[in-house]
Write a protein that binds this ligand. Structure first.
Ligand code: MTE
Length: 420
């Protein structure tokens, strides 16, 4: 492209509009971020000299991407769209055992990437492997596969409840109950490639790095302790619900770390580093860390770094819900990182009396369980509360302390229901 002063100024304005520096903008153009650039173009007038470039950008965006300005590959229409990096599933669409791919929430920290699997490689290196590897997509797909049914949940799911229920707002995306979904993940155990690389007995930590260099970490990353990395259920997943991973969810490869906060399930994974030392990066020092009076700092972290999720339950109803007078069969879902759900109770009188809901099959480790109960709705304003207990005896706590970033909210939710 001709670098006239107008085009320079335009690129600078675009970069500013997108909140990235100019170098990052140019990298973005080369890594499938054209859609986001086009979207920013709506805000920044395009000089005539750059029209040609814009035409080329339009041509490089996917034909199945709707509409042209979307920073997502999937249709954002069914979702609550908090921002250009977040799509929340509507709670009334969470009745099924499996969340369909087109309804699964999206949490990006930059933009969804469009990676060509033929050019992609997975590298495994570090001071704790004997023979570093570079694996192609084709090679990976030929290795013995494994399938895990697991829920995927953002650590900030239900963050809005800190404000709504406890009156103390935590910054960042005000997720209601829809930053979670249940999926069938197929891939290979992370362990397979670690063993291929000759992981040593001294290995302590495995750092997973994504290709999204525009994310705050310049390649989203999270380290797993070696025990979790070697767990056969910790996957490098290439399909979701029987289809190749959707691009918004990390095609061609992502980590799937069952039971852990979603941030550890690194999308667009291309790089693994195995070390004898513990890794400290933004995502376990200042972000995805429980910070507050109740959490003592650990290692280089400002508080307690997040690992596992917490037990929760929710109703698959809009918030607030509107129902007609009469009998209703209500549905919900509950999940725990510690094992299957043993009991779900519900109350329509602020917890004075609790009734047992039916927990439905299938019940699979790491997956959510659906529940249902019948409620005779009389006209007026009501609050329905549910609480879950897992097979290990963990029960949703009545009260949890505040943490600055609003993670792991799991008090029983007082769901408002208007009956008329
Ligand atoms: N991986 C990469 N490369 N970049 C990201 O921004 N977001 C993380 C995780 N993996 C992220 C990532 C976060 S915070 C969550 S909650 C999950 O992906 C969300 O996964 P999903 O968008 O497939 O639902």
């Amino acid at each position: 492209m001709q670098a006239s002063p107008e085009v320079h100024a335009w690129l600078n304005a675009l970069a500013q509009e997108m909140g990235v520096d100019r170098r990052a903008l140019l990298q973005l153009l080369g890594s499938g971020g054209a859609a986001a650039v086009l979207m920013a173009c709506n805000q920044v007038p395009v000089p005539s000299e750059a029209q040609e470039l814009l035409g080329e950008l339009s041509a490089t965006t996917d034909t199945d991407q709707s509409p042209a300005q979307s920073p997502f590959f999937k249709d954002p229409e069914p979702f609550i769209k908090h921002s250009d990096t977040t799509l929340e599933t509507r709670s009334e669409q969470m009745e099924g055992f499996i969340t369909p791919n087109h309804l699964l929430f999206v949490r990006n920290n930059s933009v969804s990437l469009d990676v060509n699997a033929d050019d992609w490689r997975l590298s495994i290196e570090g001071d704790a492997v004997a023979s570093p590897q570079e694996i192609t997509y084709r090679e990976l797909r030929q290795m013995p596969g494994r399938t895990v049914v697991s829920y995927l949940e953002c650590a900030g799911n239900q963050r809005a409840m800190f404000d709504l229920i406890k009156g103390q707002a935590a910054d960042d995306t005000q997720w209601m109950t829809g930053a979670v979904g249940n999926g069938i993940w197929t891939g290979i155990p992370l362990r397979t490639v670690l063993e291929l690389a000759g992981v040593s007995a001294e290995a302590a930590s495995v750092l997973l790095i994504g290709m999204d260099t525009e994310s705050p970490e310049k390649g989203w990353r999270r380290a797993l302790p070696i025990e979790k990395a070697l767990d056969p259920d910790t996957l490098l997943a290439y399909t979701l619900n029987g289809e190749d991973l959707p691009r918004d969810h990390g095609y061609p490869l992502r980590a799937m770390v069952p039971g852990w906060v979603g941030s550890a399930s690194v999308k667009w994974l291309s790089h693994i580093v195995v070390s004898t030392e513990q890794f400290w990066t933004r995502n376990n020092t200042s972000s995805y860390v429980m910070i507050g009076d109740d959490y003592a700092p650990e290692g280089e972290a400002l508080g307690k770094p997040l690992t596992t999720q917490s037990i929760k339950s929710a109703l698959a109803l809009p918030w607030p819900a509107r129902l007609a007078e009469g009998s209703h069969r209500l549905h919900g879902y509950a999940h725990s990182p510690h094992g299957p759900i043993a009991l779900v109770e519900w109350s329509a009188d602020s917890g004075a009396t609790w009734h047992e809901a039916r927990v439905l099959e299938p019940q699979v480790q790491y997956s959510w369980a659906r529940f249902e109960f019948d409620w005779d709705a009389a006209a007026g304003e009501h609050t329905l509360i549910t609480r879950a207990t897992d097979v290990e005896g963990n029960m949703q706590p009545d009260e949890i302390p505040f943490n600055e970033k609003g993670y792991l909210f799991n008090q029983p939710l007082p769901h408002p229901v208007h009956v008329a």
